[in-house]
Design a protein around this ligand. Structure first.
Ligand code: DX5
Ligand code: ZN
Length: 217
């Protein structure tokens, strides 16, 4: 069964506490927080203060997906705010290895994120460092986009490297995830699924979290 990380990008920002606690009660495994700077991606969203404010209202691990230029500038502040995992894009800094080291030194789980158009060979050198790899299944920046089916093969190839080398990182997928696409990702080797609009744009968000689990059971 896949672990589910609802993305609050599609939640009601005026009722974040309610929407987060709903996810926790519905059996979510972690909470996905999309941080955007309007430069790495053409959109703006949350910052450290949102993480700090959510920390006391949920016991779910906070999975912070940084879509920002040179994320190493903010690692320490996200860690202090209460992030349990910090994900940085391989495309977002010249110093990916160092940025991942900073995350680990801050006592937080480290994640490398890879865009749809970026080859897996770009992340092979940092795989021994990471706790999780996020394979983007849409171009980052917005919720509610269509899943890119070509990413299923990329997930399989990553899962193969993981097996071959004996790595233990989780493989997370993000973008266009619903009960159908989650099954394809899970079968290819994904262990964590982010879901934004599928959960929060539904009149029955709690049922949708369960649907993702049932689809991969
Ligand atoms: C996109 C974000 C996603 C987004 C996913 O840049 O990284 O986490 O919230 O939204 P859905 O599930 O609607 O595709
Ligand atoms: Zn995300």
């Amino acid at each position: 069964m896949i672990k589910v990380a609802p993305s609050i990008l599609s939640a009601d920002f005026a009722n974040l506490q309610r929407d987060v606690q709903m996810a926790e009660q519905a059996g979510a495994d972690m909470l996905h927080i999309d941080v955007m700077d309007g430069q790495f991606v053409p959109n703006l969203s949350f910052g450290m203060s949102t993480v700090a404010d959510l920390r006391p209202v949920t016991s779910l691990p906070l999975d912070c997906h940084l879509m920002i230029v040179e994320p190493e500038r903010f690692v320490e502040r996200f860690a202090k705010a209460g992030a349990d995992l910090i994900g940085i894009h391989v495309e977002s800094t010249q110093h990916v290895y160092h940025a991942l080291q900073l995350i680990k030194e801050a006592g937080v789980k480290a994640e490398i994120v890879i865009n749809p158009g970026t080859p897996l060979s770009m992340i092979t050198e940092v795989l021994p460092l990471v706790d999780q790899v996020l394979v983007m299944t849409v171009n980052p920046g917005f919720g509610g986009q269509h899943f890119l089916p070509a990413m299923v093969d990329k997930i399989s190839r990553l899962a193969e490297i993981k097996r071959e080398k004996g790595y233990h990182f989780d493989i997370e997928v993000d973008g266009g995830i619903n009960a159908k696409t989650v099954k394809a990702c899970y079968d290819a080797g994904a262990t964590v699924a982010v879901a934004g609009s599928y959960v929060y744009d539904s009149p029955e968000p709690a049922a949708r979290i369960q649907d993702l689990k049932v689809a991969t059971n």
